[in-house]
Design a protein around this ligand. Structure first.
Ligand code: PGA
Length: 255
């Protein structure tokens, strides 16, 4: 059994810095009780530095929801990898479907992934099809997303790559509509096969695979255990102290 990973993406929530601090500290209290599972909380840019400065827990890391690929310069509104690293961020979510829907291409995602892993942080690279069709054309879409988003990553850098498979149709839905563990197992095999074909077995063995899309305390066990994956990327449920706490405990028992 490998150590499980639970990542919480708070998206554009909560409304105030105080609420973000409260949420972070309540989650930290839960994480202190975990013995194996690693938890990463990803607040918004304006809250990330403060959260990273709070006393957390040994297994609690702070992640960002995006980054810009250039190291420094005249890029109004952007934030660099070094800025995130400086305030204690260790993980960066990249290519989330909510960003891809607003124009973020795999080419942009690739430049960000490369910037993140080259500077020693971990990239949480989101992929996922919009919809499924009977002919299985979505496999081509996923293949392209994986191959182009990870282009240029060296084999030795795959230990800092986490692929989060998030089918767009399952995000923001209900746990009943989420993917089940058996189907996730097939997707995990597919993702590793695509990586093996381009980068070889060493890279495919090093990469970690998560599922995201309507995971809560009712389906996390099935998705991790039967899905044979490393953990989950959680949206809404990561803002609910009780539900997220139970999810972390379940993951810990599976680790
Ligand atoms: P959800 O979001 O858990 O609210 O479905 C998942 C995500 O967008 O990463």
């Amino acid at each position: 059994m490998t150590r499980k990973l639970v990542i919480g993406n708070w998206k554009m929530n909560p409304r105030s810095l105080k609420q973000a601090q409260d949420l972070f500290q309540k989650h930290a209290h839960t994480v202190k009780k975990l013995t194996k599972t690693q938890v990463v909380l990803c607040p918004s840019y304006v809250h990330v530095a403060k959260c990273a400065s709070l006393k957390g827990a040994p297994r609690l890391n702070v992640g960002a929801q995006d980054v810009f690929f250039e190291p420094e310069g005249s890029f109004t509104g952007e934030v660099s990898v070094n800025m995130l690293k400086d305030v204690g961020v260790t993980h960066v979510i990249l290519g989330h479907s909510e960003r891809r829907a607003r124009g973020e291409t795999s080419d942009i995602v690739q430049r960000k992934v490369y910037a993140v892993v080259s500077r020693g942080l971990t990239a949480v690279v989101c992929i996922g099809e919009e919809a499924r069709d009977a002919s299985g054309a979505y496999y081509d879409e996923l293949h392209d997303q994986i191959a182009s988003s990870l282009e240029g990553v060296e084999v030795k850098q795959f230990k800092r790559i986490i692929v989060a498979y998030e089918p767009v149709w399952a995000i923001g839905a209900s746990a009943d509509e989420a993917m089940d563990g058996d189907r996730m197992h097939e997707m995990g095999i597919f993702i590793r096969k695509v990586i093996t074909d381009t980068w070889g077995r060493t890279a495919a063995d090093a990469v970690r695979i998560l599922y995201g899309g309507s995971v809560d305390d009712t389906n996390i066990e099935d998705i991790i255990e039967r899905g044979h994956i490393d953990g989950v990327l959680v949206g809404r449920a990561s803002r609910d102290v009780k539900v997220f706490g139970r999810m972390c405990e379940i993951a810990d028992n599976l680790s």
